[in-house]
Design a protein. Structure first.
Length: 55
């Protein structure tokens, strides 16, 4: 897998997490643990993308 493919895969996963997070936060009683976990996953992906694109 090339670097561009890896970054694209990570960006796609981050977008999926953003959609899931948006749905969870729009619920009348969002699950705060899930929201926190989704945000943590998104941040980890963002950090990995940064690391890969700016060595």
């Amino acid at each position: 897998m090339s670097l561009e493919d890896r970054v694209k895969t990570l960006q796609d996963k981050k977008e999926d997490l953003e959609k899931i997070l948006e749905v969870e936060e729009s619920r009348p009683l969002p699950d705060n643990i899930s929201v926190h976990d989704l945000k943590r996953q998104k941040l980890a992906i963002k950090d990995e993308i940064e690391r890969l694109t700016h060595p």
